[in-house]
Design a protein around this ligand. Structure first.
Ligand SMILES: Nc1ncnc2c1ncn2[C@@H]1O[C@H](COP(=O)(O)OP(=O)(O)OP(=O)(O)O)[C@@H](O)[C@H]1O
Length: 478
Protein backbone atom coordinates (compact mmCIF):
# COMPACT_ATOMS: atom_id res chain seq x y z
CA UNK A 1 0.00 0.00 0.00
CA UNK A 2 1.39 3.31 -0.89
CA UNK A 3 0.51 6.36 0.88
CA UNK A 4 0.34 9.55 -0.93
CA UNK A 5 0.29 12.41 1.37
CA UNK A 6 2.03 13.23 4.60
CA UNK A 7 1.46 13.29 8.40
CA UNK A 8 1.16 10.41 10.95
CA UNK A 9 -1.62 7.83 10.97
CA UNK A 10 -4.47 8.31 13.46
CA UNK A 11 -3.91 6.18 16.59
CA UNK A 12 -6.15 3.11 16.82
CA UNK A 13 -7.32 1.48 20.01
CA UNK A 14 -4.33 2.04 22.29
CA UNK A 15 -1.65 0.97 19.85
CA UNK A 16 1.34 3.21 19.70
CA UNK A 17 1.24 5.55 16.82
CA UNK A 18 3.06 4.26 13.72
CA UNK A 19 5.76 6.40 12.20
CA UNK A 20 4.56 8.29 9.20
CA UNK A 21 5.00 6.29 5.93
CA UNK A 22 7.79 7.24 3.62
CA UNK A 23 6.21 8.79 0.59
CA UNK A 24 7.26 7.38 -2.76
CA UNK A 25 9.25 10.34 -3.98
CA UNK A 26 9.34 10.96 -7.74
CA UNK A 27 12.95 10.91 -9.17
CA UNK A 28 12.64 14.46 -10.34
CA UNK A 29 10.35 16.83 -8.76
CA UNK A 30 9.07 19.61 -10.80
CA UNK A 31 8.72 22.71 -8.87
CA UNK A 32 8.02 26.26 -9.91
CA UNK A 33 11.10 28.05 -11.07
CA UNK A 34 12.45 30.05 -8.19
CA UNK A 35 13.98 32.51 -10.54
CA UNK A 36 14.45 33.13 -14.17
CA UNK A 37 17.92 31.57 -14.00
CA UNK A 38 16.60 28.08 -13.10
CA UNK A 39 16.20 25.34 -15.72
CA UNK A 40 13.81 25.92 -18.60
CA UNK A 41 12.01 22.69 -17.68
CA UNK A 42 11.17 23.96 -14.21
CA UNK A 43 9.99 27.25 -15.59
CA UNK A 44 7.74 25.41 -18.02
CA UNK A 45 6.35 23.28 -15.19
CA UNK A 46 5.10 26.40 -13.46
CA UNK A 47 2.48 26.68 -16.17
CA UNK A 48 1.52 23.01 -16.19
CA UNK A 49 -1.83 21.89 -14.78
CA UNK A 50 -1.62 20.19 -11.36
CA UNK A 51 -2.54 16.69 -12.61
CA UNK A 52 0.52 16.77 -14.88
CA UNK A 53 2.73 18.22 -12.22
CA UNK A 54 1.94 15.32 -9.90
CA UNK A 55 2.24 12.60 -12.57
CA UNK A 56 5.53 10.65 -11.88
CA UNK A 57 5.80 9.32 -15.46
CA UNK A 58 5.40 12.74 -16.90
CA UNK A 59 7.89 14.13 -14.41
CA UNK A 60 10.47 11.39 -15.10
CA UNK A 61 10.24 11.97 -18.89
CA UNK A 62 10.55 15.68 -18.46
CA UNK A 63 13.61 15.12 -16.30
CA UNK A 64 15.25 13.02 -18.99
CA UNK A 65 14.33 15.56 -21.61
CA UNK A 66 15.80 18.25 -19.40
CA UNK A 67 19.03 16.33 -19.02
CA UNK A 68 19.17 15.81 -22.80
CA UNK A 69 18.62 19.47 -23.41
CA UNK A 70 21.27 20.38 -20.87
CA UNK A 71 23.74 17.99 -22.50
CA UNK A 72 23.00 19.36 -25.96
CA UNK A 73 23.39 22.91 -24.69
CA UNK A 74 26.69 21.99 -23.07
CA UNK A 75 27.81 20.51 -26.36
CA UNK A 76 26.77 23.62 -28.28
CA UNK A 77 28.53 25.75 -25.73
CA UNK A 78 31.70 23.68 -26.12
CA UNK A 79 31.47 24.09 -29.93
CA UNK A 80 31.08 27.85 -29.58
CA UNK A 81 34.01 28.04 -27.16
CA UNK A 82 36.09 25.86 -29.46
CA UNK A 83 35.19 28.00 -32.49
CA UNK A 84 35.99 31.15 -30.53
CA UNK A 85 39.30 29.71 -29.38
CA UNK A 86 40.20 28.62 -32.89
CA UNK A 87 39.26 32.02 -34.27
CA UNK A 88 41.21 33.96 -31.67
CA UNK A 89 44.22 31.79 -30.89
CA UNK A 90 44.74 29.46 -33.85
CA UNK A 91 45.89 30.03 -37.40
CA UNK A 92 44.60 27.95 -40.27
CA UNK A 93 45.78 27.77 -43.84
CA UNK A 94 43.96 25.82 -46.52
CA UNK A 95 45.36 25.13 -49.96
CA UNK A 96 43.99 22.88 -52.69
CA UNK A 97 45.56 21.23 -55.69
CA UNK A 98 44.13 23.79 -58.10
CA UNK A 99 46.75 26.17 -56.73
CA UNK A 100 50.33 26.25 -58.00
CA UNK A 101 51.66 26.47 -54.47
CA UNK A 102 50.09 23.11 -53.50
CA UNK A 103 52.92 20.78 -54.60
CA UNK A 104 55.56 23.18 -53.25
CA UNK A 105 53.84 23.26 -49.90
CA UNK A 106 53.60 19.47 -49.76
CA UNK A 107 57.24 19.15 -50.61
CA UNK A 108 58.12 21.65 -47.95
CA UNK A 109 56.00 19.80 -45.37
CA UNK A 110 57.63 16.58 -46.38
CA UNK A 111 61.06 18.08 -45.87
CA UNK A 112 60.25 19.44 -42.45
CA UNK A 113 58.17 16.52 -41.25
CA UNK A 114 60.62 13.82 -42.23
CA UNK A 115 61.24 12.95 -38.61
CA UNK A 116 57.59 12.87 -37.65
CA UNK A 117 55.82 11.35 -40.66
CA UNK A 118 56.11 7.73 -41.57
CA UNK A 119 53.36 7.67 -44.19
CA UNK A 120 54.16 8.84 -47.69
CA UNK A 121 52.82 8.82 -51.19
CA UNK A 122 55.34 8.59 -54.03
CA UNK A 123 55.21 10.93 -57.04
CA UNK A 124 57.66 10.09 -59.79
CA UNK A 125 58.68 12.06 -62.85
CA UNK A 126 60.61 10.68 -65.78
CA UNK A 127 62.60 12.96 -68.05
CA UNK A 128 64.33 11.81 -71.17
CA UNK A 129 67.14 13.85 -72.67
CA UNK A 130 67.56 14.09 -76.44
CA UNK A 131 70.57 11.78 -76.10
CA UNK A 132 68.20 9.11 -74.81
CA UNK A 133 69.43 9.28 -71.21
CA UNK A 134 66.55 8.85 -68.79
CA UNK A 135 66.33 10.62 -65.53
CA UNK A 136 63.84 9.41 -62.91
CA UNK A 137 63.13 11.46 -59.84
CA UNK A 138 60.83 10.24 -57.09
CA UNK A 139 59.21 12.71 -54.79
CA UNK A 140 57.87 11.49 -51.48
CA UNK A 141 54.97 13.54 -50.17
CA UNK A 142 53.02 13.21 -46.92
CA UNK A 143 50.19 10.71 -47.43
CA UNK A 144 46.51 11.44 -46.87
CA UNK A 145 45.51 11.84 -43.23
CA UNK A 146 46.96 13.84 -40.38
CA UNK A 147 50.61 14.64 -39.82
CA UNK A 148 52.49 16.87 -37.48
CA UNK A 149 55.63 18.80 -38.22
CA UNK A 150 57.55 21.70 -36.80
CA UNK A 151 58.58 24.92 -38.48
CA UNK A 152 60.31 27.75 -36.62
CA UNK A 153 59.83 25.93 -33.34
CA UNK A 154 56.06 25.63 -33.74
CA UNK A 155 54.04 22.47 -34.06
CA UNK A 156 51.82 22.43 -37.09
CA UNK A 157 49.00 20.01 -37.74
CA UNK A 158 48.67 19.04 -41.37
CA UNK A 159 45.53 17.36 -42.69
CA UNK A 160 45.66 16.17 -46.27
CA UNK A 161 42.27 15.17 -47.65
CA UNK A 162 40.97 13.91 -50.95
CA UNK A 163 37.44 14.92 -51.94
CA UNK A 164 35.09 13.23 -54.37
CA UNK A 165 34.94 16.29 -56.59
CA UNK A 166 37.13 16.24 -59.72
CA UNK A 167 38.96 19.39 -60.82
CA UNK A 168 41.57 20.56 -63.35
CA UNK A 169 44.99 20.79 -61.73
CA UNK A 170 47.69 23.32 -62.70
CA UNK A 171 48.91 21.02 -65.50
CA UNK A 172 45.39 20.89 -66.97
CA UNK A 173 44.66 17.25 -65.95
CA UNK A 174 41.38 16.10 -64.35
CA UNK A 175 42.26 14.94 -60.85
CA UNK A 176 40.36 14.50 -57.58
CA UNK A 177 40.24 17.65 -55.48
CA UNK A 178 42.75 17.54 -52.65
CA UNK A 179 43.12 19.95 -49.80
CA UNK A 180 45.79 20.49 -47.23
CA UNK A 181 44.80 22.26 -44.05
CA UNK A 182 47.50 23.50 -41.73
CA UNK A 183 46.69 24.55 -38.20
CA UNK A 184 48.90 25.98 -35.52
CA UNK A 185 48.64 27.98 -32.33
CA UNK A 186 49.17 31.68 -32.80
CA UNK A 187 47.58 34.99 -33.66
CA UNK A 188 49.88 36.48 -36.29
CA UNK A 189 48.94 35.39 -39.81
CA UNK A 190 52.38 36.43 -41.06
CA UNK A 191 53.65 33.09 -39.78
CA UNK A 192 51.86 31.16 -42.54
CA UNK A 193 52.53 33.84 -45.13
CA UNK A 194 56.26 33.62 -44.38
CA UNK A 195 56.09 29.86 -44.50
CA UNK A 196 54.39 29.79 -47.91
CA UNK A 197 56.86 32.41 -49.17
CA UNK A 198 59.76 30.31 -47.97
CA UNK A 199 58.32 27.11 -49.49
CA UNK A 200 57.84 28.92 -52.80
CA UNK A 201 61.39 30.25 -52.79
CA UNK A 202 62.83 26.83 -52.06
CA UNK A 203 60.79 25.30 -54.87
CA UNK A 204 61.82 28.02 -57.29
CA UNK A 205 65.49 27.63 -56.38
CA UNK A 206 65.33 23.92 -57.09
CA UNK A 207 63.63 24.40 -60.47
CA UNK A 208 65.65 27.36 -61.63
CA UNK A 209 67.61 26.45 -64.67
CA UNK A 210 70.65 28.71 -64.50
CA UNK A 211 71.93 31.61 -66.52
CA UNK A 212 70.15 31.83 -69.86
CA UNK A 213 72.28 33.14 -72.71
CA UNK A 214 70.80 34.55 -75.90
CA UNK A 215 72.73 34.98 -79.12
CA UNK A 216 71.75 36.94 -82.18
CA UNK A 217 70.56 34.74 -85.01
CA UNK A 218 69.56 36.81 -88.01
CA UNK A 219 67.45 39.71 -86.77
CA UNK A 220 66.26 37.79 -83.68
CA UNK A 221 67.50 36.65 -80.33
CA UNK A 222 67.69 32.91 -79.83
CA UNK A 223 68.11 31.11 -76.53
CA UNK A 224 71.42 29.37 -76.97
CA UNK A 225 72.42 27.83 -73.72
CA UNK A 226 71.61 27.58 -70.07
CA UNK A 227 74.80 27.88 -68.07
CA UNK A 228 75.46 27.37 -64.41
CA UNK A 229 74.84 30.50 -62.42
CA UNK A 230 78.14 31.94 -61.32
CA UNK A 231 78.03 33.11 -57.70
CA UNK A 232 78.88 36.76 -57.31
CA UNK A 233 81.47 36.03 -54.61
CA UNK A 234 83.49 34.00 -57.09
CA UNK A 235 84.35 37.12 -59.08
CA UNK A 236 86.88 39.06 -57.08
CA UNK A 237 87.39 42.73 -57.87
CA UNK A 238 89.15 45.60 -56.10
CA UNK A 239 87.94 46.33 -52.58
CA UNK A 240 84.29 47.53 -52.61
CA UNK A 241 84.09 47.74 -56.42
CA UNK A 242 81.67 44.86 -56.96
CA UNK A 243 79.45 45.98 -54.07
CA UNK A 244 79.29 49.52 -55.40
CA UNK A 245 78.26 48.42 -58.90
CA UNK A 246 75.75 46.00 -57.47
CA UNK A 247 74.17 48.73 -55.41
CA UNK A 248 74.00 50.99 -58.44
CA UNK A 249 72.16 48.37 -60.44
CA UNK A 250 69.89 47.52 -57.54
CA UNK A 251 68.90 51.16 -57.23
CA UNK A 252 68.22 51.40 -60.92
CA UNK A 253 65.97 48.35 -60.84
CA UNK A 254 63.97 49.85 -57.99
CA UNK A 255 63.38 53.19 -59.71
CA UNK A 256 61.28 52.31 -62.73
CA UNK A 257 58.36 54.56 -61.80
CA UNK A 258 60.74 57.38 -60.92
CA UNK A 259 62.12 57.31 -64.47
CA UNK A 260 58.67 56.98 -65.99
CA UNK A 261 57.23 59.87 -64.00
CA UNK A 262 60.01 62.13 -65.22
CA UNK A 263 59.94 60.93 -68.80
CA UNK A 264 63.54 59.72 -68.66
CA UNK A 265 64.25 56.59 -70.74
CA UNK A 266 64.55 53.69 -68.33
CA UNK A 267 68.05 52.67 -69.33
CA UNK A 268 71.39 52.25 -67.69
CA UNK A 269 74.71 51.75 -69.41
CA UNK A 270 77.94 50.46 -67.91
CA UNK A 271 81.37 50.37 -69.47
CA UNK A 272 83.84 47.91 -67.99
CA UNK A 273 87.34 48.54 -69.27
CA UNK A 274 90.74 47.18 -68.38
CA UNK A 275 93.34 44.58 -69.29
CA UNK A 276 92.33 41.16 -70.57
CA UNK A 277 91.45 38.43 -68.09
CA UNK A 278 90.53 40.69 -65.22
CA UNK A 279 86.94 39.47 -64.89
CA UNK A 280 84.82 41.85 -66.96
CA UNK A 281 82.73 39.17 -68.68
CA UNK A 282 82.64 37.00 -65.56
CA UNK A 283 81.33 39.88 -63.49
CA UNK A 284 78.55 40.66 -65.99
CA UNK A 285 77.43 37.02 -65.98
CA UNK A 286 77.47 36.89 -62.18
CA UNK A 287 75.53 40.15 -61.81
CA UNK A 288 72.90 39.03 -64.33
CA UNK A 289 72.49 35.72 -62.48
CA UNK A 290 72.29 37.56 -59.17
CA UNK A 291 69.30 39.61 -60.36
CA UNK A 292 67.71 36.68 -62.18
CA UNK A 293 68.38 38.22 -65.61
CA UNK A 294 69.46 36.53 -68.79
CA UNK A 295 72.37 37.71 -70.95
CA UNK A 296 72.13 38.78 -74.60
CA UNK A 297 75.60 38.94 -76.13
CA UNK A 298 76.38 40.64 -79.34
CA UNK A 299 79.63 40.98 -81.23
CA UNK A 300 79.95 44.11 -83.30
CA UNK A 301 82.91 42.71 -85.16
CA UNK A 302 80.62 40.06 -86.64
CA UNK A 303 80.90 40.68 -90.38
CA UNK A 304 77.30 39.72 -91.01
CA UNK A 305 76.05 42.46 -88.72
CA UNK A 306 74.81 45.66 -90.31
CA UNK A 307 73.14 48.77 -88.98
CA UNK A 308 69.63 47.55 -89.72
CA UNK A 309 70.08 44.22 -87.96
CA UNK A 310 71.84 45.86 -85.05
CA UNK A 311 69.01 48.33 -84.60
CA UNK A 312 66.44 45.60 -84.55
CA UNK A 313 68.41 43.45 -82.10
CA UNK A 314 69.17 46.26 -79.68
CA UNK A 315 65.56 47.24 -79.54
CA UNK A 316 64.03 43.81 -79.13
CA UNK A 317 65.96 42.19 -76.30
CA UNK A 318 63.93 39.64 -74.29
CA UNK A 319 62.43 40.92 -71.02
CA UNK A 320 64.64 40.77 -67.93
CA UNK A 321 67.88 40.54 -69.80
CA UNK A 322 71.12 42.48 -69.89
CA UNK A 323 72.61 43.40 -73.23
CA UNK A 324 76.35 42.87 -73.58
CA UNK A 325 78.48 44.41 -76.31
CA UNK A 326 81.87 42.82 -75.90
CA UNK A 327 85.18 44.28 -77.04
CA UNK A 328 83.42 47.33 -78.38
CA UNK A 329 86.70 48.82 -79.62
CA UNK A 330 87.24 45.95 -82.05
CA UNK A 331 84.25 46.91 -84.20
CA UNK A 332 85.52 50.29 -85.28
CA UNK A 333 89.18 50.16 -84.26
CA UNK A 334 90.13 47.63 -86.91
CA UNK A 335 88.77 49.73 -89.71
CA UNK A 336 90.50 52.84 -88.50
CA UNK A 337 93.76 50.95 -88.55
CA UNK A 338 93.13 49.66 -92.07
CA UNK A 339 92.73 46.04 -91.15
CA UNK A 340 93.90 44.02 -94.23
CA UNK A 341 91.02 41.60 -93.53
CA UNK A 342 88.62 44.27 -94.74
CA UNK A 343 89.71 43.52 -98.28
CA UNK A 344 89.57 39.76 -97.85
CA UNK A 345 87.42 38.23 -100.63
CA UNK A 346 85.33 36.38 -98.00
CA UNK A 347 84.04 39.66 -96.67
CA UNK A 348 83.54 41.48 -99.93
CA UNK A 349 79.99 42.70 -100.35
CA UNK A 350 79.28 42.44 -96.64
CA UNK A 351 78.52 45.66 -94.85
CA UNK A 352 79.57 46.31 -91.28
CA UNK A 353 78.18 48.28 -88.45
CA UNK A 354 78.91 51.98 -88.55
CA UNK A 355 79.46 54.11 -85.48
CA UNK A 356 76.49 56.30 -86.33
CA UNK A 357 74.40 53.17 -86.82
CA UNK A 358 75.38 51.97 -83.36
CA UNK A 359 74.66 55.35 -81.77
CA UNK A 360 71.25 55.50 -83.40
CA UNK A 361 70.43 51.99 -82.26
CA UNK A 362 71.50 52.76 -78.70
CA UNK A 363 69.23 55.80 -78.63
CA UNK A 364 66.38 54.06 -80.47
CA UNK A 365 62.90 53.84 -79.10
CA UNK A 366 62.25 50.15 -79.41
CA UNK A 367 59.69 48.09 -77.60
CA UNK A 368 61.95 47.21 -74.67
CA UNK A 369 60.66 48.58 -71.38
CA UNK A 370 64.02 48.68 -69.66
CA UNK A 371 67.55 48.34 -70.89
CA UNK A 372 70.67 47.44 -69.00
CA UNK A 373 73.65 47.65 -71.26
CA UNK A 374 77.18 46.48 -70.53
CA UNK A 375 80.01 47.30 -72.89
CA UNK A 376 83.50 45.93 -72.41
CA UNK A 377 86.81 46.96 -73.86
CA UNK A 378 90.50 46.56 -73.23
CA UNK A 379 91.22 49.97 -74.77
CA UNK A 380 89.01 52.80 -73.58
CA UNK A 381 91.20 55.33 -75.37
CA UNK A 382 90.20 53.86 -78.72
CA UNK A 383 86.51 54.55 -78.16
CA UNK A 384 84.72 57.47 -79.69
CA UNK A 385 83.72 60.01 -77.06
CA UNK A 386 80.15 60.01 -78.41
CA UNK A 387 79.78 56.32 -77.69
CA UNK A 388 80.55 56.63 -74.02
CA UNK A 389 78.92 59.93 -73.24
CA UNK A 390 76.48 60.04 -70.29
CA UNK A 391 73.11 58.69 -71.31
CA UNK A 392 74.73 55.96 -73.33
CA UNK A 393 77.23 55.00 -70.64
CA UNK A 394 76.26 56.10 -67.16
CA UNK A 395 79.09 54.47 -65.30
CA UNK A 396 82.63 53.59 -66.31
CA UNK A 397 84.54 51.08 -64.22
CA UNK A 398 88.20 50.29 -64.56
CA UNK A 399 88.75 46.60 -63.86
CA UNK A 400 92.38 46.33 -62.95
CA UNK A 401 95.00 43.64 -62.49
CA UNK A 402 94.98 41.73 -59.23
CA UNK A 403 96.21 43.35 -56.03
CA UNK A 404 97.33 41.53 -52.86
CA UNK A 405 93.86 41.41 -51.35
CA UNK A 406 92.32 39.93 -54.51
CA UNK A 407 95.05 37.30 -54.78
CA UNK A 408 94.57 36.36 -51.11
CA UNK A 409 90.83 35.98 -51.66
CA UNK A 410 91.36 33.87 -54.76
CA UNK A 411 93.79 31.64 -52.88
CA UNK A 412 91.27 31.21 -50.06
CA UNK A 413 88.48 30.52 -52.57
CA UNK A 414 90.54 27.69 -54.03
CA UNK A 415 91.64 26.00 -50.82
CA UNK A 416 88.75 26.76 -48.46
CA UNK A 417 88.05 25.83 -45.76
CA UNK A 418 91.53 26.86 -44.79
CA UNK A 419 92.47 26.17 -41.17
CA UNK A 420 93.43 29.22 -39.17
CA UNK A 421 96.86 27.66 -38.74
CA UNK A 422 97.25 27.73 -42.54
CA UNK A 423 96.30 31.34 -43.07
CA UNK A 424 99.97 32.22 -43.35
CA UNK A 425 99.90 30.37 -46.70
CA UNK A 426 97.72 33.11 -48.08
CA UNK A 427 100.27 35.71 -47.00
CA UNK A 428 103.07 33.67 -48.54
CA UNK A 429 101.17 33.41 -51.81
CA UNK A 430 100.61 37.18 -51.89
CA UNK A 431 104.29 37.80 -51.07
CA UNK A 432 105.44 35.45 -53.84
CA UNK A 433 103.11 37.11 -56.36
CA UNK A 434 104.55 40.51 -55.42
CA UNK A 435 107.96 39.26 -56.53
CA UNK A 436 106.71 38.47 -60.03
CA UNK A 437 108.05 40.95 -62.56
CA UNK A 438 104.74 41.70 -64.27
CA UNK A 439 101.18 42.60 -63.34
CA UNK A 440 99.09 39.52 -62.69
CA UNK A 441 95.58 39.24 -64.04
CA UNK A 442 93.06 37.16 -62.13
CA UNK A 443 92.81 34.86 -65.13
CA UNK A 444 96.57 34.17 -64.85
CA UNK A 445 96.37 33.58 -61.12
CA UNK A 446 93.37 31.29 -61.57
CA UNK A 447 95.15 29.34 -64.30
CA UNK A 448 98.15 28.81 -62.02
CA UNK A 449 96.12 27.69 -59.01
CA UNK A 450 94.13 25.29 -61.17
CA UNK A 451 97.35 23.42 -61.82
CA UNK A 452 97.80 22.86 -58.09
CA UNK A 453 94.22 22.41 -56.94
CA UNK A 454 95.07 20.20 -54.00
CA UNK A 455 98.59 21.34 -53.17
CA UNK A 456 98.61 24.94 -51.95
CA UNK A 457 102.26 24.79 -50.88
CA UNK A 458 103.33 23.69 -54.32
CA UNK A 459 101.24 26.50 -55.83
CA UNK A 460 103.21 29.01 -53.73
CA UNK A 461 106.58 27.50 -54.60
CA UNK A 462 105.79 27.62 -58.31
CA UNK A 463 104.40 31.16 -58.49
CA UNK A 464 107.55 32.90 -59.60
CA UNK A 465 108.49 30.24 -62.07
CA UNK A 466 105.03 30.09 -63.60
CA UNK A 467 104.00 33.72 -63.65
CA UNK A 468 107.26 35.61 -64.22
CA UNK A 469 107.99 36.41 -67.78
CA UNK A 470 111.27 35.55 -69.28
CA UNK A 471 113.70 38.33 -68.28
CA UNK A 472 114.34 38.96 -71.98
CA UNK A 473 110.61 39.15 -72.87
CA UNK A 474 110.05 41.45 -69.96
CA UNK A 475 112.87 43.81 -70.96
CA UNK A 476 111.57 43.76 -74.55
CA UNK A 477 108.17 44.99 -73.49
CA UNK A 478 109.55 47.75 -71.28
N1 LIG B 1 88.29 39.08 -61.01
C1 LIG B 1 88.18 37.77 -61.19
N2 LIG B 1 87.74 36.97 -60.20
C2 LIG B 1 87.65 35.65 -60.41
N3 LIG B 1 87.99 35.05 -61.56
C3 LIG B 1 88.41 35.79 -62.57
C4 LIG B 1 88.54 37.19 -62.42
N4 LIG B 1 89.01 37.68 -63.58
C5 LIG B 1 89.14 36.66 -64.39
N5 LIG B 1 88.80 35.54 -63.82
C6 LIG B 1 88.80 34.22 -64.45
O1 LIG B 1 89.51 34.33 -65.67
C7 LIG B 1 88.78 33.86 -66.77
C8 LIG B 1 88.62 34.95 -67.82
O2 LIG B 1 87.88 36.00 -67.24
P1 LIG B 1 86.97 37.00 -68.09
O3 LIG B 1 86.65 36.45 -69.41
O4 LIG B 1 85.84 37.41 -67.23
O5 LIG B 1 87.92 38.22 -68.27
P2 LIG B 1 87.72 39.50 -69.15
O6 LIG B 1 88.20 40.66 -68.35
O7 LIG B 1 86.34 39.59 -69.65
O8 LIG B 1 88.70 39.24 -70.34
P3 LIG B 1 88.72 39.94 -71.80
O9 LIG B 1 88.96 41.38 -71.60
O10 LIG B 1 89.85 39.27 -72.47
O11 LIG B 1 87.40 39.65 -72.43
C9 LIG B 1 87.48 33.34 -66.24
O12 LIG B 1 87.54 31.95 -66.22
C10 LIG B 1 87.40 33.83 -64.84
O13 LIG B 1 86.95 32.81 -63.98
Amino acid sequence: MTWFGSGSLPSTSGLPALPPPVPSTPSIVLSPAPSSSSSPISSISAYLPDFLKDNPYFNAGAGLAGMGMAASMAKRFAIIINAYFRRRFMLTLQVNNRDAVYPWLLEFINKYSAAQTRHFTANSTIKQAESGKTDVSINYLPSFGTHFFTYKWRWIKCERQREEQVVDNTDGYRVPLETVTLTTLGTDSRFFRDMVGFATKEAQASTETGLVIYNAVGPDWRKMSVGTKRPLESVILRHGQAESMLEDMQQFLQCKTWYQERGIPYRRGYLLYGPPGTGKSSFIAAVAAHFGYSVCTLSLSDRTMDDFRLNRLLNSTPPSSVLVLEDIDAAFGDRARDDPMNDHPAYQGLTRVTLSGLLNSLDGIGNVEERILFMTTNYIDRLDAALIRPGRVDRKEFIDYADGEMLGKLFYHFYKPLDKADWHLMEEFIAECAKVNQPISMAMAQGHLLLHKTTPRRAIEMVREALSRDEKDFNDTK
